[in-house]
Design a protein around this ligand. Structure first.
Ligand code: SAM
Length: 263
């Protein structure tokens, strides 16, 4: 069994409480995986879905908008502040077919064989992956499906932060490579049906990038000491000024993967 460092887990939880009120404005929400998931689930009606590590609900809302009244969404997160913002956000958007379930991915607050599908966005690297997959296996109905959207370790090392922000790729050692995820999934008797890599062309100004890093839009930044963060940020700005001509329009490619899994 994987042993997680409790101090790091507590630190990450306080990080998510600190940024809960602004999280969805700091991160870019990708609609392509939502469309893909909708197409896979389209033929079913009256389905129960769990969004695990749902955060403040930016992907929960997209799932609900895309599947409409045909689904009921169980929003699970271990951080109560995130769930509070999720509740307000979904209600503001006139969505009612959801419930909030505080709890851990490692011990899911769901009945056995109760879910048609389980989705998780940008969160699996925060879980005890083997326990989460075993829990998911138990909570899924026969023939249920699961969708894991994440960035792999190598994808992280090739984005604007991995290539230009000192220590970013090295410090972020919680992310998985595909073979590691595959190994955990196969250990649980779940089956990978399909994998899709999504590439996104991003553009931002240096000012905006600095603001995101200062606001710790990736929890990776909460793993730096204050001094190391400040030194690294200065070096990042130097690297960007050397590597890009137009500091108002810095362009790069982000990449993520969607794993479609069946029970
Ligand atoms: C990077 S955020 C992603 C949130 C959301 N899925 C999104 O993409 O906007 C990760 C979320 O996972 C939650 N989380 C971390 N560890 C967890 C665990 N063991 N069980 C449930 N949620 C967890 C955090 O509280 C946080 O809200």
């Amino acid at each position: 069994m994987e042993v997680r460092n409790e101090t790091i887990i507590d630190g990450v939880n306080s990080h998510f409480s600190e940024i809960a009120s602004k999280y969805r404005n700091l991160r870019k929400t990708d609609l392509e995986p939502i469309l893909h998931i909708r197409n896979q689930l389209d033929k079913k009606s009256g389905i129960s879905i769990a969004d695990v590590g749902c955060g403040d609900g930016r992907y929960s809302l997209e799932i609900l908008k895309s599947l409409g009244d045909e689904c009921y969404l169980h929003c699970i997160d271990s951080n109560e502040d995130m769930l509070q913002y999720l509740k307000e956000y979904l209600k503001e958007n006139n969505v009612m077919n959801f419930c909030v379930r505080p709890g851990s991915a490692n011990k899911m607050p769901l009945e056995n064989e109760s879910m048609d599908s389980i989705v998780t966005f940008n969160a699996i690297h925060h879980f005890d992956v083997q326990r989460f997959l075993e829990e998911a296996f138990g909570c899924l109905k026969e023939n249920g499906s699961m969708f894991i959207y994440t960035r792999l370790r190598n994808q992280n090392s090739r984005n604007i932060w991995g290539e230009n922000f000192p220590l970013f790729a090295e410090i972020e050692n919680r992310l998985f490579e595909f073979d590691e995820l595959k190994h955990h999934i196969q250990n649980t008797d779940l089956k990978i049906e399909n994998t899709t890599v999504f590439g996104y062309h991003r553009t931002s100004s240096l000012t905006n990038l600095e603001e995101k890093a200062r606001n710790k839009h990736y929890s990776t930044f909460s793993l730096y000491s204050d001094d190391t963060f400040e030194e690294s940020l200065e070096e990042f700005k130097q690297n960007i000024m050397e590597n890009f001509d137009d500091l108002e329009k810095i362009q790069w490619q982000d990449e993520n993967i969607l794993l479609e899994i069946s029970k």
